[in-house]
Design a protein around this ligand. Structure first.
Ligand SMILES: C[S@@+](CC[C@H](N)C(=O)[O-])C[C@H]1O[C@@H](n2cnc3c(N)ncnc32)[C@H](O)[C@@H]1O
Length: 414
């Protein structure tokens, strides 16, 4: 049993605006809400100078650290997530951005009215014709051509972030789902997105967020960095015992049976020229099956055994995830200073009718590295974009309610 575990509705943030600052830039599955990172920082990071988020996704906790003048390092295996996180942290020069935005406006006008007909080569990635109508492909290729010619890297990334959301929204994907599902023939026949209009919408929204972010950063010297590391294998870019606080939300399970980050990002990653964009999910935690061997940690072994008794294959999946998780925690734990904190926001999903106590397993994995459990706050999830039902039995039509709560597990290195 954990020492302090309690429900606190004060952490629900029901009517909070979760899209302030650069948090408005890009949608992503299972985003952390900034208010959680903010409150944790206020409670546990008074003297902090460095935050680390090992599964930073779009960089929510990194931004919250930076606006409090705390340096921030994030890692994520998904190139799209890294692009978004980096861009959200960038102090983009507004004058240069506005010049390019004006140029893009003129360019969009000239292309739309046939005044400018740039000759572009269409990308050739697999299934492009399955997901994009030919005229849409041409417009997207023209926009990409424009972006490639932007010389200022931060501004170019700002454009790519808007482009990425546009790619998804201009594709035949059903936009209400994270996984890639194609629209029906009837829906496709009626679908005619205004590609340039989508880009301009994103730019207007994101520029506002950027202006607010720059205001908050005006008298502030904090830096932010996003690295490409698989935290299972290590984080060589961070020196041992230098991090004051870790604030992160790890995946709830492997991508295949929980949230498919790679699949959500695939079309954008393909348009951005990322190789092996369709292999990302297999690289994330739990992506590779492993043979079950005991952890030597009662709560973890008991959980795997309970699922094994019902379904060996599902038990192996759960084990593989926890095995990677344990490795990753070992690497993260080593980066934390003595007296520093690790705050993990996790979900206790159900598999085959068994609730996986990931909060307690997290504390137990950290305990192996000498961390003391401080508290676990149980919060309701009113606004996290997650599938709230899943099919843990793997039988069509039999669903099980999954995470309506999340657990904020706070641990400290003595
Ligand atoms: C719940 S999301 C994080 C969301 C983030 N807090 C936000 O607000 O956008 C989990 C992230 O973990 C990343 N991830 C999964 N396995 C990883 C690994 N082994 N190393 C690094 N990142 C990983 C996924 O790509 C995903 O972006």
């Amino acid at each position: 049993m954990l020492s302090e575990k309690y429900v606190d509705t004060g952490w629900d943030f029901r009517s909070a605006d979760t899209k302030q600052l650069t948090h408005c830039y890009h949608n992503y599955p299972a985003m952390m809400i900034p208010q959680i990172a903010a409150r944790l920082l206020e409670q546990y990071a008074h003297q902090a100078s460095l935050l680390f988020d090992p599964y930073c996704g779009t960089g929510t906790s990194l931004v919250e650290a930076n606006v409090r003048n705390i340096n921030a390092i994030g890692t994520d295996l998904n190139p799209l997530a890294r692009l978004i996180a980096r861009t959200k942290l960038a102090r983009i020069n507004l004058q240069i951005l506005d010049l390019y935005l004006k140029e893009f406006n003129d360019f969009a006008f000239a292309v739309s009215f046939g005044i400018n007909k740039p000759s572009v080569v269409l990308p050739t990635f697999k299934n492009i014709d399955y997901w994009f109508d030919k005229p849409i492909q041409k417009k997207l290729a023209v926009i990409k051509y424009f972006i490639e010619h932007i010389t200022d890297e931060a501004v170019r990334n700002f454009f790519y972030v808007g482009f990425s959301e546009t790619v998804r929204e201009a594709s035949w994907t059903r936009n209400s789902e994270f996984k890639l599902y194609r629209m029906t023939e009837k829906q496709r026949a009626k679908f005619s997105p205004d590609v340039f209009g989508l880009m301009l919408q994103k730019f207007a929204r994101n520029r506002k967020g950027l202006v607010n972010f720059l205001e908050r950063m005006a008298n502030n010297s904090a830096w932010g960095r996003v690295d490409d590391f698989n935290t299972i294998h290590g984080v060589p870019s961070i020196e041992k015992e230098t991090v004051d606080i870790v604030i992160t939300s790890p995946p709830y399970g492997d991508s295949r049976t929980t949230v498919a980050y790679g699949q959500f990002s695939r079309l954008a990653n393909q348009w951005l020229g990322i190789e092996n964009a369709n292999k990302i999910d297999a690289m994330l935690m739990g992506g590779q099956r492993k043979t079950i061997t005991p952890f030597g940690i009662e709560i973890a072994d008991k959980t795997v055994a309970e699922i094994s008794a019902r379904d060996e294959k599902r038990a192996q999946e759960v084990y593989s995830f926890y095995n990677d998780y344990q490795q990753s925690i070992a690497n993260v734990a080593a980066t934390v200073k003595k007296g520093g904190y690790a705050c993990y926001v996790v979900g206790n999903r159900r598999v085959k009718g068994v609730t996986l106590p990931t909060d307690e397993i997290t504390a137990a994995f950290f305990a192996r590295h000498g961390f003391a459990h401080i508290e676990t706050i149980v919060r309701n999830i009113p606004n996290k974009r997650m599938p709230s039902r899943n099919s843990p039995t793997n039988q069509t039509g039999i669903t099980d309610s999954t995470m309506n709560h999340e657990y904020i597990v706070v641990m400290q290195k003595p």
